[in-house]
Ligand binder design. Structure first.
Ligand SMILES: [Zn+2]
Length: 422
């Protein structure tokens, strides 16, 4: 192995171990902090949240943090198995014994890798749903529904994923040194297409969407949207309760396909003014151009990603440094793609505090928007109900929250809302 490959191996190991240490330290901090505050509801919430609910939230948070530690250890082991321990190289060589080098062999490699990864992590998914979520009363899925979802997800994933993978692989082989620019363009078009197809074709495969029936609520919501100058094609209720007791509301699609989706669980838990306030918060994300900013950021980051992939896919050290011997007489594009997708999260993990920070700023801005168009007290009481029903902890570790939380901790958020309303 030459010196650049060796240096890359060291960098890879350092990031792998470093990431695992940071994850473990943060999760342990979170567990310690939550356990320490388990027996007392923080003062601002003492009137609204009972001690039992507070304890349940603490236990749920601790269980999730523990599970997260196990998950990251298993994922790190799998990553090591695929790369330095030779898993990906062996899989590729095995397929080359059976198939001619070329497009089909490469697609088979992508497919086999995805399938093996899915099977190996299946027990984690099962445990998360039928042990963790079940224990706290959130899981509403039967085993057959869960298996049906998996099967449907695999078929939809293959129908969508294989054509775009084939296109990218073809560009890598045929479009010359600037293939990555073309591939990025194709990836962007594909993402925009998905944004249109997801709400109308894909999501209905998994859930039922029915137009909102409740006339009073419909009038309220339409009034609010008119006040905010927002046009949506429809208001829908989704049967989220089919799978989970967690509640949510979201916007989906863009342009003419834009729609508002309420989980049935949300409508059941909140009073009409609270539903207004939650919707106003979501409208705030739209009106303050957060969705646009996020999309532009995603486009820019993937351009950087494709440029880096374009460069590393031509470097021998990128393959040998990760335990793969590239073929001399067969295309290595699928190998490059897989290695890249495996390694990138090791780097981007350390960017998560920046992304989380941006997201929390957007949440505050959307809250401010909601306060300007509805009553801030309604949003505060809606959030409290959601925190309680989702068993979200009110006492997260400050460092953990800074690193990961896409939403500001409850205490900060509600204090600000009540300040704005007063
Ligand atoms: Zn938000």
């Amino acid at each position: 192995m030459d010196s650049s490959a060796l240096a890359f191996t060291y960098l890879f190991c350092a990031l792998l171990v470093g990431g695992l240490i940071v994850r473990t330290v943060l999760a342990s901090r979170q567990i310690r902090h939550v356990v320490r505050h388990r027996d007392r509801v923080p003062d601002p919430f003492a009137a609204t949240i009972g001690l039992d609910a507070h304890r349940k939230a603490a236990d749920y948070t601790v269980a999730k943090a523990r599970f997260g530690m196990l998950e990251s250890a298993i994922e790190a082991a799998l990553l090591l198995g695929w790369t330095l321990l030779g898993g990906l190289h062996a899989l590729n060589q095995w397929l080359l014994q059976w198939m001619e080098p070329g497009m089909w062999q490469q697609l088979a490699l992508l497919g086999a890798f995805t399938l093996i990864g899915a099977v190996l992590t299946l027990p984690l998914g099962w445990w998360s749903t039928f042990r963790l979520e079940e224990r706290f009363g959130f899981n509403k899925m039967s085993l057959s529904l869960w298996l049906g979802d998996l099967l449907k997800g695999a078929v939809v994933g293959a129908l969508i994923g294989l054509p775009i993978a084939a296109l990218v692989l073809w560009l890598m082989g045929a479009a010359g040194p600037t293939w990555w620019l073309w591939a990025w363009g194709a990836w962007m078009v594909f993402n925009l297409l998905l944004l249109v197809l997801y709400p109308t074709l894909i999501a209905p495969l998994f859930n039922k969407f029915e137009p909102l029936q409740d006339e009073t609520l419909k009038t309220r919501v339409n009034d609010l949207m008119k006040r905010c100058g927002f046009a949506a094609k429809g208001l829908f209720v989704m049967d989220g309760s089919k799978r989970s007791a967690h509640a949510n509301a979201y916007f989906t699609g863009f342009g003419a396909a834009k729609r508002v989706v309420f989980f049935d669980t949300l409508l059941k838990q909140l009073a009409p003014p609270e539903i207004d306030a939650v919707l106003a918060h979501e409208l705030g994300h739209y009106k303050r151009r957060h969705i646009l900013q996020r999309t532009v950021l995603m486009f820019a980051l993937s351009l950087v990603g494709f440029a880096v992939l374009g460069w590393v896919s031509r470097q021998a050290w990128f393959y040998t440094g990760l335990g793969v011997v590239p073929s001399l007489d067969a295309p290595n594009d699928a190998l490059a793609l897989l290695l890249f997708l495996m390694v990138v999260p090791l780097f981007t993990y350390f960017l998560s505090p920046l992304i989380a920070q941006l997201s929390r700023r957007h949440e505050f801005e959307a809250d401010a928007y909601a306060c300007a168009h509805t009553d801030g007290n309604d949003l505060a009481s809606a959030l409290l109900k959601l925190y309680k029903d989702n068993a979200s902890t009110l006492t997260p570790d400050p460092v953990f929250a800074r690193f990961y939380y896409s939403h500001p901790p409850a205490s900060e958020r509600i204090a600000r809302l009540q300040g704005a309303a007063a």
